[in-house]
Design a protein. Structure first.
Length: 178
């Protein structure tokens, strides 16, 4: 598996250090509140797990499974809900957790949906931000790392459902997808 990676962009240690910093900011921001943390499956799973176990205040967790890439390299532009929340968001303070913002289409869809459902506030945390891909004006409140315009995998991010279980963020060798 690792020999299909051209380059490690963000090593495991750097992810862990950054995750601790982000968790402290979340603790500070939501201290005394009871936010609903929403993990966007499947990509956000490893980050959500590492992040939230370091948040030192009460939070509720739920998951939304949406997909727009269908395992490929490019967003289809159409966001499909595969699994909705079990929790009502009306009046709640939300913390949306993502692995990456690329075109921003997934997040702008979710933000609109949660506003429509009457959320009190929406905070976005993403491990990775790829500003070069943006097709909507959505912005994260908390960002782990900015990444260049390369197809990155690992730590939740997939190519054709593979590589989510890598402990680091890496760039695939071009021969894997060409
Ligand atoms: C990926 C990623 C983000 C989204 C970002 O999810 O995990 O959720 O795309 O891209 P965007 O900003 O261009 O919308 P994907 O749809 O591949 O589903 P997955 O998380 O199950 O892999
Ligand atoms: Mn995703
Ligand atoms: Mg994907």
């Amino acid at each position: 598996m690792h020999d299909e990676i051209k380059e490690i962009l963000i090593p495991e240690e750097d992810i862990q250090v950054k995750t601790k910093e982000l968790a402290s900011e979340i603790t500070e921001k939501f201290d005394g509140k009871f936010p609903l943390a929403i993990g966007v499956l499947k990509g956000a799973m490893p980050f959500m797990s590492d992040l939230l176990k370091r948040v030192d205040t009460h939070i509720e967790m739920d998951f939304m499974d949406v997909s727009s890439y269908e395992g490929g390299m490019r967003s289809t532009g159409e966001v499909k809900i595969i699994k909705d929340l079990n929790t009502k968001v009306k009046g709640r303070d939300l913390l949306i957790i993502e692995d990456i913002i690329d075109s921003g289409l997934t997040l702008s869809y979710l933000v609109d949906l949660f506003k429509y459902r009457g959320a009190n506030s929406i905070t976005i945390v993403t491990l990775l931000d790829k500003p070069s891909g943006r097709q909507s004006d959505v912005k994260a409140d908390l960002v782990g790392f900015e990444v260049p315009d390369a197809f990155v995998v690992g730590y939740g991010l997939d190519y054709q459902e593979k590589y989510r279980n890598l402990p680091y963020i890496g760039v695939l060798k071009p021969e894997i997808y060409s």
